[in-house]
Each structure stands twice: as C-alpha cells, then as structure tokens.
Design a protein around this ligand. Structure first.
Ligand code: 8YV
Length: 342
C-alpha cells in the first residue's frame, strides 16, 4: 500500500496532529531510514518536518515515485547509511544526517558532487563506545559471561570444585594496541591507561599531540599487544584484521571490535578462535548484521553484543539532538557544523 502524506508522520506521541495545520505544507519533507529510539527526539522531528518512515513503507518504489521529488533531508544510521541508488531518486536532497559517527555506508564523493551535506554525530558517543570496548575486553578475558552461564545454569552447585571453571586472565596492565586513534580510540586509551595498561596505536599517521607509541605496521602492533581494540573508521580499511594479524596477536591475545565488522576478515577470525590461535574476542559489530557466524555461539572465549556501543539513553539523546541541528542548519541554507562533505 502507498503511504500517503497523511500516513507519513505518526510516531510515538503526536500530541498535535500537524497534518491538519495549514503550515504543514511548508514543512520540509524528511525520509527516515532507521527508527530513532528517543521519543523526545522523534517528537521534535515530527513537529518540524513531514517525516516519512521509510523502514515502515512496504511499497517503496511507488512511494518514491510519489514523494521522491519532495524529499530534502534523509536521516539514517551509521551502519545503514544510504545507497547511491536511493540518493539518485531524491533530486531535491540537501542533507543526509547520519545518526552515528561512521559514514562508511554513504558515498561521500557522490554526495559532494551533488552538493549534498553528509553529517555525523561527531563527539556525541566516544564515552559510551569506549566504556563498552573496555567492558567487552574485561568480560572476555575474565570470562564474565561464561561464568554467569555456569551459575545461571546451576553448574556451579552441581560441580562446586573451584577447578571446574578455568582461571581467567588479568586485564590491568595488559598491553593494549588501539587501531584507529580518533575520538573513540583516545577515550579507550584514557580508560585503559587508568588500568595501568601500556598503550600503543596505529592509524594512517602518527598524531603529534599524543605520547603513546605509534606503530605504523598493524602486524607489528598486534605482535606487541595483549589486546587489540578496533576503533577505526572502515572507509578504506576493509579486512585489515586478517589471519596474519591475528597470528601476530597470538594465542594469548584478545581482539575487541566496537567499530565496524568489515574491518575484520570474519572467516579468518572464526578460524583463529575455533583453533585457539587467539585467546578470545569481544565483538559488538559483524560483517553482515544482524547475522553472526553461528559457530561463535558455542565459544566461551567470545562475548557478543548486538551493535550496542552507542545505545544508551544519554548518548542516543545527544546524537538525536545533533541530527536535529544538522537538519535545521542544512535546510536553512547554512553549512551544518558536522558536515563532512561541503
Ligand atoms: C549506531 C554506529 O549504532 O555511530 C555509528 O557509526 O554505528 C552506531 O553508533 C548507529 O549509527 C545507529 O544509528
């Protein structure tokens, strides 16, 4: 069925039905590709714009034919982005506001050629993403989730001998190698430093304002680390974590990924884990989300999350406010503060 303009807006709390107001015809049209989980943000979005919730529209083709010409802004998630094929069908598009920091799922060159702003929620999420990175590393090396399962499933009571649960590994003091020293990488470094962890990092180049050792070669960084934490943007870094890097990390090493699944050659990671060539992994992101290689479900050496690193009320509220600001700036003819393209 074709969603009409009248169907398009409704979300959680339409206290005022803007569709009945004459001013509605003046509201710019926005295409929303992903849900926004903070009701107050959705309310503001709906108050200011005619919002079409693309993810709820069945007949997308007919919708685009009918409304594609009027869409001036898109709101999407970092992982979802927007395809060039869809942007091509939106001739009036002025801004793609990404509710996230990774813009690897948007073709920035294409957007630049069209004069479309692509914005990201820069600076809104490093604290929570870094918290989860450290949480995943501790959960993995200390066996927190496998230990929980032992207790929960009654296995502790069945077999109370202390030796029935293998000893875990210490996080404090681990040599932590950070791959990608942007805002998130720096927030991870600050936290790991407080645990007495020597930090080294790699990136496209050394950063003059940092005292941590820069190691250009990823295999070398892995060799010198007990844990590698991935916090790099995935734009030009697909598959950089491969068998050679994992073997350099070695059988006592841990991998944490809170960035993008595609940074990792997933079959290589699965083999390294199942063959015990690395000690364990804490993974928030995967190549083909929400699909996770099933073999990982059976491994106690792995802690899994469903792409949750920025998923707190605090961060998602801050991100939502940034999305609203980016839309407002772009649609009033200003350069959005967080534009990455123009
Ligand atoms: C979000 C992300 O889960 O910031 C990113 O790049 O992937 C995550 O913060 C996603 O963008 C949800 O909107």
């Amino acid at each position: 069925s074709i969603p009409s303009r009248a169907q398009a807006i409704t979300t959680n709390t339409p206290a005022i039905d803007w569709r009945n107001y004459g001013s509605d015809v003046m509201k710019p049209s926005i295409l929303q590709l992903n849900p926004i989980l903070i009701p107050a943000i959705s309310e503001k979005l709906n108050a200011l714009y005619t919002v079409y919730r693309y993810f709820e529209i069945d007949d997308k083709e007919t919708f685009i034919k009918e409304h594609g010409n009027s869409i001036r802004g898109v709101v999407s998630g970092g992982h979802t982005g927007i395809s060039n094929a869809l942007m091509e069908k939106l001739p009036a598009l002025e801004v793609v506001a990404i509710n996230g920091v990774g813009v690897d799922a948007v073709d920035l060159d294409y957007a630049r050629k069209r004069g479309i702003h692509v914005t990201a929620t820069l600076g809104a999420l490093p604290e929570d993403v870094a918290d989860l990175a450290i949480g995943l590393l501790i959960a993995t090396c200390r066996g927190i989730c496998s230990g929980d399962r032992v207790v929960r499933n009654g296995l502790w009571a069945k077999n109370p001998h202390p030796g029935s649960i293998p000893l875990s590994r210490r996080f404090s003091g681990m040599r932590v190698g950070i791959v990608g020293m942007g805002r998130v990488g720096r927030a991870i470094a600050a936290r790991a430093s407080a645990f007495g962890c020597p930090i080294s990092y790699t990136d496209l180049h050394a950063m003059q304002d940092l005292d941590y050792p820069f190691i250009a070669d990823l295999q070398e960084l892995a060799r010198r680390s007990d844990a590698l934490i991935l916090s790099a943007s995935a734009d030009k870094a697909e598959g950089i974590i491969n068998a050679a890097v994992l073997d350099a990390l070695g059988q006592d090493g841990f991998l944490v990924n809170i960035a993008r699944g595609k940074l990792v050659n997933e079959p290589d990671l699965v083999s390294a884990l199942t063959e015990g060539r690395i000690s364990g992994a804490g993974l928030d992101v995967f190549v083909d989300e929400p699909n996770v290689p099933e073999v990982l479900f059976g491994l106690d050496s792995v802690v899994l999350q469903a792409h949750r690193a920025s998923a707190t009320v605090e961060t998602r509220t801050a991100m939502g406010e940034m999305v609203l600001a980016s839309l407002a700036q772009a649609l009033s003819g200003q350069r959005p503060e967080n534009s990455l393209t123009r």
